[in-house]
Design a protein around this ligand. Structure first.
Ligand code: MOS
Length: 746
């Protein structure tokens, strides 16, 4: 369908290829330098002291003992913390959360920084921090969501979802022939990227160079510059490689700011890296939720209402409300839809976005409730979902920009063998006597786009340099974005040098919301287009060129040649155009955005269907996820190898959500008792057995000019429910509290 608002860009032979990651060798051989690998001359090491209680105040710190320790340079406490511009409560940009940077002696959560020690060696700083031996005046911490009042969310904006109602939920409940009313809980989860948060800060007068792993380079520069009282352009941020982020590395944090202040104060470079245990506090997490779902259908199984109410845990001093009930908007065709959000204050660090914020936790509850509804109706779970398939966005009636969910169901079910599933639970056993169950869930994720800029330079030797400050958390941005850029210039991938991960480059936007490839890729493609336009102008004015006089006919590039659009007989090589006109290079710029009219007119989502098989030991309650098949439709796939890998990663995090992850607070002191990777479980290879991903073809002329929807987060969303539903099918037990544990099944 031709579309003048966002003409679909042309791709060449690079997009669609399963190219291996260009940064892969550097990462596995150790050649890649991460932030904490930078060791400038004269480096001091910083270690902060995390509060070990969750609520109260710091009554004393033995600063003298720490300062007396050999090698300790300086100890910072609220009494001598160097000044900031503004207050740590300020939010320099729309993605900011309040930080804790020694503003006072109040303890708001365990893990909050209460002092910083800098020293000549890491060992001396660590020992200095130990010698501070804090004493506290404590209050009873608030650790349980169910025990605290559910509060209304004041205001709107980042982290503050609003309630949404479509249709008349009351009438829907009244008219329902069959209903379920169930409550699910999800625990606090911590991102735990493999690489902990780190900073190396070096000042030169009022100019600052930072090595910080960042998902959003410009936002990071802007926020630190604000607190330091210097212009954003005085901050140079280097973030070439990240060891994961999962949402936690787009934010300013107190510990990192304190290290930067210490570098300014001491006049020496300072390095700080969080320990694994310190990842459980000041760098965000997914807040716990309690969700009530009320579904009602008519006698034929058509949904009359989905009523989804959530309470999400937030900190005592800021709000990021995990928007779980939003998962209900946009998926199933119900007569009425309601999402209601409330929050409860706990003595924890402030939550933030983590791996499909809202969709992951909300879908865990919704897909479970849908399964319960299907069972109440005596219907096959997939048939029930198909019965309530939304042809337009429920509630708004807006058409989908594209929606190949039906194909996801079909292809996933066929591959998995879903048709052979017995309706009754606890009816399948394998030859070892293991209870076997099959479950499924629908995956859904929106398609946000951020703003991004990029630059492309084509050189006379037929090579190109393309630049944007994009961030590669490990998802393959260095590779997929380079493929897009190469196609925009009609060059083979190996002729394109890609520079990213540095704040001096054009603003690549945010690696978040699964929108980085569409956004930064869109900017790169537009920059390539700008180069071709300029090259076309040169050729068109050049009597020696076969393109002479082509004017503004429009040009396309392939194999290092420029063609008149739609006329393969007229072309000129880049090399000849450059040579005849004595130019060395042509530089173009581009930016990306979604057509505002499309954003209004269309509902935009990625979709998927996840099928899971579990085997449960009937006497031990041990669960094994033996097979998973996920079929996803996410628009254009730039690199199938990387996309499938991302989708697998998402599904593994879904398995983790279903069976492993939960942070536990001690009810007396309020600290997290399992704050390390021994106690905070994530899946290992042995936990992941059969895992298959199908990418379903989908053309989307509206979502953005590249037709890309994003694959970063959707994999987690249908998977949690699929596993929980498979466990129900295997054992006959419905567990509504995540993660599902052995004790729930014996
Ligand atoms: Mo993500 S939670 O959008 O990095």
């Amino acid at each position: 369908m031709p579309d003048t608002l966002s003409p679909q860009v042309r791709f060449g032979s690079n997009a669609g290829q399963p190219v291996t990651r260009r940064d892969g060798i550097a990462k596995v051989t150790g050649a890649a330098t991460f932030a904490a690998d930078n060791l400038p001359d004269g480096l001091l090491h910083a270690v902060y002291v995390p509060a070990t209680v969750a609520r109260g105040r710091v009554a004393s710190l033995d600063v003298a003992a720490a300062e007396a320790h050999t090698g300790v340079t300086k100890v910072y406490t609220p009494a001598n913390r160097p000044p900031l511009q503004g207050s740590p409560d300020d939010k320099p940009n729309m993605f900011s959360m309040r930080i804790e940077a020694l503003q006072d002696d109040t303890v708001r959560y365990a893990g909050q920084p209460i002092a910083l020690v800098v020293a000549e060696t890491l060992e001396a700083a660590t020992e200095g921090a130990r010698l501070l031996a804090p004493r506290y005046e404590t209050e009873v911490p608030r650790v349980s969501l169910a025990d605290e009042p559910a509060l209304k969310i004041e205001g709107a904006g980042f982290g503050k979802p609003s309630d949404t109602t479509h249709g008349d939920p009351g009438a829907g409940h009244a008219a329902a022939n069959t209903a379920v009313d169930v409550t699910y809980t999800t625990p606090a989860q911590y991102h735990n990227a493999m690489e902990m948060h780190a900073v190396v800060a070096q000042w030169d007068g009022d100019r600052l160079t930072l090595d910080i792993p960042s998902q959003a380079l410009m936002l990071t520069c802007e926020a630190y510059a604000y607190f330091l009282g210097i212009p954003t352009e005085n901050v140079t941020l280097r973030s070439p490689y990240l060891g994961g982020g999962f949402g936690s590395k787009a934010f300013t944090t107190g510990p990192q700011l304190l290290a930067i202040l210490a570098a300014r104060d001491t006049g020496r470079p300072v390095k700080l890296m969080l320990t694994r245990n310190q990842m459980f506090g000041p760098v965000g997490h997914r807040g716990a939720t309690l969700q009530r779902l009320r579904l009602g259908t008519d006698a034929e199984g058509a949904l009359k209402v989905i009523d989804h109410e959530g309470i999400s845990a937030v900190s005592s001093f800021d709000e990021f409300v995990e928007p779980a009930p939003n998962a209900t908007q946009g998926l199933y065709a119900a007569g009425a839809l309601r999402s209601r959000h409330r929050m409860a204050r706990l003595d924890v660090g402030t939550p933030g976005p983590m791996r499909a914020p809202g969709e992951a936790s909300g879908s865990a509850a919704l897909e479970g409730a849908m399964d319960e509804m299907a069972e109440a109706l005596g219907m096959d779970p997939l048939a029930f979902r198909l019965k309530n398939y939304a042809e337009a966005e429920p509630g708004t009636g807006r058409p989908y920009s594209s929606k190949a969910l039906r194909e996801c169901y079909e292809q996933g079910a066929a591959r998995f063998g879903w048709a052979d599933r017995p309706l009754q639970p606890r009816t399948m056993r394998d030859s070892d006597g293991m209870l076997t169950g099959w479950g499924m869930g629908t995956a859904l994720f929106g398609c946000p786009m951020f703003a991004a800029d990029a630059r492309a330079t084509l050189r006379a030797d037929g090579s190109a340099l393309v630049e944007t400050s994009a961030a590669d958390m490990g998802q393959g941005a260095w590779t997929a974005l380079a493929q897009i850029a190469a196609d925009s210039l009609g060059l083979p991938l190996d002729r394109v040098e890609f520079r990213a991960g540095h704040s001096s480059l054009p603003n690549g936007g945010v690696a978040g919301g699964s929108g980085h490839t569409a956004t930064a890729g869109g900017a790169l493609h537009a920059a390539g287009g700008d180069v071709l336009r300029q090259l076309g102008e040169i050729a068109s004015a050049d009597p020696g060129s076969p393109l002479f006089g082509a004017g503004n006919a429009g040009f396309v590039a392939r194999d290092g040649r420029l063609f008149v659009e739609g006329d393969d007989s007229r072309s000129d090589s880049f090399a000849d155009i450059f040579a005849r006109n004595g130019c060395v290079e042509v530089t173009g710029e581009g930016s990306a955005a979604r057509a505002a009219e499309h954003a209004q007119r269309f509902a935009m989502y990625s979709h998927g269907a996840v099928f899971a098989e579990v085997k449960v030991d009937p006497s031990l309650g041990q669960v094994r996820v033996t097979r998973m098949v996920g079929a996803f439709a996410a628009g254009r796939i730039i690199n199938p190898k990387l996309a499938e890998s991302q989708l697998m990663g998402g599904m593994i995090w879904g398995l983790s959500f279903a069976l492993h992850e939960a942070a536990k607070q001690d009810p007396r002191r309020g600290h997290i008792v399992n704050g390390d990777l021994a106690g905070y479980h994530v899946p290992v290879n042995a936990d992941v057995q059969g895992l298959e991903v199908i990418t379903v073809h989908e053309d989307d002329p509206f979502v953005n000019p590249l037709g890309i929807k994003g694959v970063g987060e959707i994999g987690i969303s249908g998977t949690v429910g699929a596993i929980a539903n498979a466990i129900r099918h295997a054992t006959g037990r419905r567990v509504r509290n995540f993660p599902i544990r052995v004790r729930d099944l014996v």
